[in-house]
Design a protein around this ligand. Structure first.
Ligand SMILES: Cc1ncc(COP(=O)(O)O)c(C=O)c1O
Length: 405
């Protein structure tokens, strides 16, 4: 496709029409899926040509912390190249090797022994980090009444499985500035505790804890307690003081760090995640963890995405720009928000979140109701969208709230 064609499309999609489209759900001119792929792979796609990739025209999907810029173009290209091999089982360990290299972890693929399942190592792939979180619950909850400690509000995936399996979850409220209270979490550990779950940055608040704080918790906690650090949004962090827990996971025997390709790499629908931990932890998890859960497309997409420095850079840059815009708009409307290190933001609407969500949904704008999901009365969680999606959201929100502003 020619550059002129792109420019024409970009012009057609003026902000006005986009807002109109978002507001009414009416059809707006968009690129076909193939044109979109071409534009992404050629590096020609701008915010305007991308808008809302993966959803119907006019829909503003900012409820699930997905990447509004789409998948890494290199990942898309790699999937397209490998489609012809869809009939073959994909047995390569190349992604694990690439991840080990990326994190500076010492790793040699163990030769597969006939009749034995794959051997555990420091990296365990998963069909999305959600699979890892569930496997942690299945593995470390040994008997009814075993306990885990988690922050509240937080993502909650391990906690839900833990309770489903008759475990006890000790929830520790966040501090008044919405951070994990690691001292209180340490204090909540009992002889029955098996896991302490930390989400860093935390979803839904976007707040972080420092590496020193996590290390102090690891040092102080009993060695049989697994410290699970979910780093789904690590690549979006702006704070220079932040450091990943991968080093602790690679060197300690009771720390696991969990990562995903769903967020900054834009591969949520493909389902690729992984964990870094001592191989004995992974060996235990592998009794419950289907190790072939990531298929050919996931493997090749993730490996290509990992080599793509440009897409994560653009995604982080957009997230920062949109968060600053959300902050400014909230300040203008007198709404409280939590400063976020993720690709989302919590906003206090100061009124029941559900009716506001319903009114936004009428305009095809979808946000997460933090009241329903986390019991945060009056709060909504909004993901970063493209700049136009962000504007569409704020314009609609201002209109909905205007009688009270
Ligand atoms: C903190 C956190 N962890 C894990 C996940 C699960 O992501 P996935 O299963 O797509 O890797 C999410 C998804 O939103 C999340 O917010």
């Amino acid at each position: 496709m020619s550059q002129t064609h792109h420019d024409q499309n970009a012009t057609i999609l003026s902000r006005r029409r986009f807002l109109k489209g978002a507001a009414t759900g009416s059809a707006v001119a968009v690129l076909s899926p193939w044109e979109m792929v071409e534009a992404l792979v050629a590096g020609e796609a701008k915010d305007r040509t991308i808008r809302g990739v993966g959803v119907k025209p006019g829909v503003v999907a900012i409820s699930s912390n997905e990447n509004p810029l789409g998948a890494s173009p290199r990942a898309i290209e790699s999937v397209l190249r490998h489609m012809g091999s869809s009939n073959r089982y994909y047995r390569s360990q190349s992604l694990v090797g690439a991840l080990a290299h990326y994190h500076g972890i010492d790793y040699k693929p163990a030769p597969r022994q006939p009749g034995r399942s794959r051997q555990a190592g420091p990296i365990l792939m998963a069909a999305g980090s959600g699979q890892t979180l569930e496997s942690i619950a299945h593995t470390f909850l040994e008997k009814e009444g075993d306990e885990m400690v988690a922050a509240s509000p937080s993502y909650g995936s391990i906690e839900r499985k833990w309770e489903d399996n008759k475990g006890v979850v000790r929830l520790v409220p966040l501090t008044p500035d919405y951070k994990h209270d690691l001292d209180a979490m340490l204090g909540a550990i009992t002889p029955k505790t098996r896991v302490v779950s930390i989400c860093n940055p935390n979803n839904p608040t976007g707040t972080i804890v420092t590496h020193d704080e996590i290390e102090a918790l690891v040092d102080a906690a009993p060695k049989h307690v697994l410290i699970a650090v979910d780093e789904a949004y690590v690549e979006f962090v702006e704070d220079d003081g932040y450091k990943t827990a991968i080093d602790l996971a690679a060197t300690r025997e009771n720390v696991i760090a969990i990562r995903t390709f769903s967020k900054i790499y834009g591969l949520a629908g493909v389902r690729v995640g992984y964990s870094v931990a001592h191989k004995d932890i992974h060996e235990r998890m592998m009794n419950y963890h289907y190790t072939n859960g990531v298929g050919l497309y996931g493997m090749v997409a993730a490996e290509a995405a990992l080599q793509d420095a440009e897409h994560p850079r653009r995604s982080k840059e957009l997230a920062i720009e949109v968060k600053r815009y959300y902050e400014k708009e909230c300040e203008g409307m007198g709404l409280e928000y939590v400063k976020s290190e993720g690709c989302f933001m919590l906003i206090n609407l100061k009124r029941p979140a559900k009716p506001v969500g319903r009114q936004l949904a009428k305009q095809n704008i979808y946000v997460a109701d933090a009241e329903r999901r986390w019991g945060l009365k009056g709060w909504t969680r909004v993901s970063v969208g493209t700049k136009e999606e962000a504007e569409a959201f704020m314009t609609a929100l201002r209109e909905i709230l205007s009688p009270a502003l």
